[in-house]
Design a protein around this ligand. Structure first.
Ligand SMILES: [Zn+2]
Length: 248
């Protein structure tokens, strides 16, 4: 990828040669794209790799955080690649790109280097996001994270219901010293789509006034969410590192 990037950068930009050459390489280098997609899938939540923007199950596309249409030199830059679903990539984000005029900082959350929860707060009762920063608001707007037509609020509320059931299963298995049952519950929590819901539940459970913040969470669920063993097994710190490939 470094070689391909160097080749692209050798081409003249103002004449458009850099753009057309990067288009040609992106179309041609299917082996590189296969490898990139495989590593991104290991970094994304879920067995098949969920979308790194919205958390749905259909992370299928290699997305360029800074659009290659705007900056062809970013076409094969590893740090510019994300796994995204078709709608996030092709319908919502597309070639959108805005930066702060003073700092030059992109106005979209980059999940490869930032903790999204710095910018966004999930209202677990409604299943919608609230902005904590200007970047958070832009991310909600650009990706349509609260749009009912994308059915995300409904899907997040369902993911919360599933997580509550599974965490209670985990608690029961723990009381019964059923290690296989505990492992099963953890597997379900790790692979479910909308991982942001589970991560929000873990974070909000240790906030002051957590039962109110979490829209009246059940005391048993709150108690379990604060369990250190469960938190150590499932709480994700950002940025996320790639899991080793099978055989590594
Ligand atoms: Zn998506």
């Amino acid at each position: 990828m470094a070689i391909l990037t160097a080749r692209i950068e050798e081409r003249d930009e103002p004449s458009g040669k850099r753009k057309s050459y990067s288009d040609h390489l992106w179309k041609d280098e299917s082996d590189v794209k296969t490898s990139v997609r495989a590593v991104l899938r290991r970094m994304a939540p879920g067995v098949l790799g969920c979308c790194m923007y919205c958390g749905s199950t259909t992370g299928t596309d290699i997305e360029h955080f800074e659009p290659r249409e705007k900056n062809p030199a970013q076409t094969f830059r590893w740090s510019n690649h994300l796994l995204a679903c078709g709608p996030c990539n092709s319908t919502y984000k597309r070639t959108w790109w805005e930066c702060d005029t003073e700092t030059g900082e992109p106005l979209l959350i980059d999940p490869t280097r930032e903790d999204p929860f710095t910018h966004l707060f999930l209202d677990l009762g409604k299943g919608t996001y609230r902005r904590l920063t200007r970047k958070g608001q832009k991310t909600i707007d650009v990706l349509g994270l609260n749009l009912h037509e994308r059915r995300f609020p409904e899907a997040r509320r369902l993911a919360r219901k599933c997580a509550r059931r599974v965490i209670r299963d985990w608690g029961r298995a723990r009381r019964d010293s059923d290690e296989a049952g505990m492992r099963d519950a953890l597997d379900v929590l790790r692979i479910q789509p909308f991982a942001d819901v589970w991560q929000s539940m873990l974070r909000q459970a240790v906030m002051p006034g957590a039962d109110i913040v979490m829209d009246g969470e059940h005391p048993e669920v709150l108690y379990l969410l604060r369990n250190e063993e469960l938190r150590a097994a499932t709480l994700v710190d950002f940025p996320v590192q790639a899991a080793p490939a099978a055989g590594d």
